[in-house]
Write a protein that binds this ligand. Structure first.
Ligand SMILES: Nc1ncnc2c1ncn2[C@@H]1O[C@H](COP(=O)(O)OP(=O)(O)OP(=O)(O)O)[C@@H](O)[C@H]1O
Ligand SMILES: [Mg+2]
Length: 170
């Protein structure tokens, strides 16, 4: 946890070094999904990736972006309701790109605003089994802002969707 708190303090102080580059989101997400696939398989969760034809690059620090996406996918695979798919999608917008990660939250939907608070844990009954401390999303939101982007959540019935927008590539 100390590394995470240190990260949080550094981003907040504007002291997180950012090295922007053009990033191919399709390639990045394919790699990230392979990392979580064994854990998704263990929980019987199907991983889906949807990318539009002619997807443009976005501008981001690849290492920081990895940190955000890793947090989002880790959460999805950890907290998705049994048997719901984890749906990852990428979209182009005029001046930005968007990644969304959605999963089912059948019995215990978290609060889509409060989940970005430090140390917020949705369902206390799972605290013992899932090892998180509740910092992943607060760090991810700060990192997204440091990259000139935005991270938020939307709850649509029993589906939770995390949305990340980032500036378009050069
Ligand atoms: N994809 C998701 N589906 C359902 N609930 C989620 C999802 N992502 C986050 N949550 C809820 O929001 C809480 C906060 O998430 P966050 O990533 O900040 O912390 P954590 O996963 O508990 O711990 P850490 O990321 O620090 O290891 C989680 O404990 C969980 O209750
Ligand atoms: Mg987490």
């Amino acid at each position: 946890m100390s590394q995470e708190l240190l990260d949080l303090a550094r981003v907040e102080a504007g002291q997180m070094p950012i090295h922007p580059a053009d990033v191919d989101l399709k390639a990045l997400l394919e790699q990230e999904l392979e990392i979580v696939r064994p854990r998704a398989d263990q929980r019987g969760l199907e991983l889906k990736l949807e990318t539009p034809p002619g997807l443009r690059a976005i501008r981001a620090d690849p290492e920081r972006l990895h940190q955000i996406v890793d947090n989002l996918l880790d959460n999805a695979v950890k907290y998705a309701s049994e048997g719901t798919p984890v749906e990852v999608a990428v979209h182009n917008a005029l001046m930005r790109g968007e990644i969304s990660v959605a999963n089912g939250v059948e019995h215990d939907a978290p609060d889509p605003e409060r989940m970005f608070e430090r140390f917020y844990r949705g369902d206390p009954s799972r605290s013992a089994s899932a090892a998180g401390v509740g910092l992943g999303l607060s760090i991810s939101r700060e990192l997204a802002a440091a990259l000139g982007g935005k991270l938020w959540a939307e709850l649509d019935g029993s589906k939770l969707r995390l949305r990340l927008t980032l500036p378009a590539g050069l």
